[in-house]
Design a protein around this ligand. Structure first.
Ligand SMILES: Nc1ncnc2c1ncn2[C@@H]1O[C@H](COP(=O)(O)OP(=O)(O)OP(=O)(O)O)[C@@H](O)[C@H]1O
Ligand SMILES: [Mg+2]
Length: 163
C-alpha cells in the first residue's frame, strides 16, 4: 500500500505528495535559514505519518511536544530524568514501539547531548525488537539562540501551541 504525504502543491497546482515507503527506505535532510520553515515542514511530515510509523523525535526546543496531545506520543522531559533513567526509557520505547518526543528544552548544550545519547543508546541497545523501523528527527538551532531563562518560562507556559 502506498501512503502519500501531501506536502503542498506543485507550481502547476497539483498536489505534491511524498511517498512514505520511499522516505523510510532512504534519508531526508531538511536544511534552511532560520525562519525558512524547517519545523513547519517536519511537523507536517510527522503529523501525516504518525498513524503509520513509530516516531522518535529529539526535540531541543520543545517544538513538537504537542504531538503528544494530538497523536499520543509519549513526551519525555529530559530535564527531569537522569541519564540512566533516559536509557531505560529508550529501551522501553523500543520494546513497546511507542512514539516518543524527547524534550531537551531547558538543558544546556552539553546536557542535551548527554541525555539524548543516553536515550538513543537505550533505544538501540534493546535486543528484543531489532529490525523495527523507527524515525529519528533531530532539529537544532545554534546554541547562541537558546532561550533565556525568562523566555524559557514563558515558552513552557505556552509550549502546548503548535510551532
Ligand atoms: N508552508 C508554510 N505555510 C505557512 N506558514 C509557514 C510555512 N512554513 C513556515 N511557515 C511559518 O513561518 C514561520 C517560520 O517557520 P519555522 O518556525 O518552521 O522556521 P524554521 O526554519 O524552523 O526556523 P528556525 O531555524 O528559527 O527554527 C512560522 O511562523 C511558520 O508557521
Ligand atoms: Mg525550527
Amino acid at each position: 500500500m502506498t501512503v502519500a504525504i501531501e506536502m503542498g502543491q506543485t507550481s502547476a497546482g497539483a498536489p505534491a505528495a511524498l511517498d512514505l515507503e520511499e522516505l523510510l527506505a532512504t534519508r531526508l535532510l531538511v536544511q534552511g535559514n532560520s525562519g525558512s520553515g524547517k519545523s513547519h515542514l517536519l511537523r507536517r511530515l510527522l503529523e501525516q505519518s504518525a498513524p503509520w510509523v513509530q516516531q522518535t523525535i529529539i526535540d531541543p526546543e520543545g517544538d513538537f511536544v504537542t504531538l503528544g496531545d494530538r497523536f499520543g506520543h509519549l513526551v519525555i522531559d529530559a530535564e527531569e530524568h537522569t541519564e540512566r533513567g533516559l536509557q531505560s526509557a529508550g529501551e522501553r520505547a523500543r520494546i513497546h514501539r511507542v512514539s516518543t518526543v524527547l524534550n531537551l528544552e531547558g538543558l544546556d548544550a552539553e546536557n542535551q547531548m548527554r541525555r539524548a545519547a543516553a536515550f538513543l543508546g537505550g533505544l538501540s541497545r534493546s535486543p528484543a525488537t531489532t529490525g523495527t523501523r523507527c524515525w529519528w528527527w533531530w532539529t537544532r538551532r545554534s546554541c547562541s539562540r537558546r532561550p533565556s531563562p525568562a523566555r524559557f518560562r514563558t515558552r513552557r507556559a505556552s509550549s502546548r501551541s503548535a510551532p
